[in-house]
Every structure is written in structure tokens, then in C-alpha cells.
Design a protein. Structure first.
Length: 87
């Protein structure tokens, strides 16, 4: 969803501390509805975190004209170097 300033929001809940760091603490909705299928971001994150090359992951629903939402994952690899630490 885009707000009046043109920022894209994904329904995360968090705060910015006194030093300007952003902390995400929760989600406004724990469900992504994609083409009539219920997808739970936490379940997808747990599966991705089971891969040896993955250090951290966040899964969000992104607006889609055909499906309503699609599932997107932002993945931080343990070793981001090409060919590094991928099993």
C-alpha cells in the first residue's frame, strides 16, 4: 500500500529510537491472501531460516493486480559473496 507521501508500507509495526534506529516488533496482519490462498509469513520465514546459507529473512505481502497479494522474501545470506556458503 502506498501512502500520500508515496512510501510503500507493508503493515509492519515498529518504532524509531532516540538514535534514529528502526526496530520492527510485530505485524499488523499475520496473513497474506494470494489468489484465495492463505499464506502465513512466519511459516515461510521458518522454512527459509532452515537453509544453512540464510542468516535472516523477512516475508511480506506485496500488492498484485491479479492475485491481490504476492509473497516476497527479503533474505540476508550468511556469506553474500558469490558462491559462498550456499549448500
Amino acid at each position: 500500500m502506498r501512502n500520500a507521501q508515496g512510501w510503500t508500507t507493508y503493515g509492519d509495526i515498529g518504532h524509531v529510537d532516540a538514535d534514529g534506529y528502526l526496530f520492527l516488533s510485530d505485524r499488523r496482519a499475520d496473513l497474506i491472501l494470494s489468489g484465495g490462498v492463505n499464506v502465513y509469513p512466519r511459516e515461510v520465514e521458518e522454512v527459509l531460516m532452515g537453509h544453512a546459507a540464510v542468516d535472516d529473512v523477512a516475508v511480506v505481502g506485496v500488492p498484485d493486480d491479479d492475485l491481490g497479494e504476492t509473497v516476497k522474501a527479503v533474505v540476508k545470506l550468511r556469506d553474500p559473496a558469490p558462491g559462498g556458503n550456499v549448500a
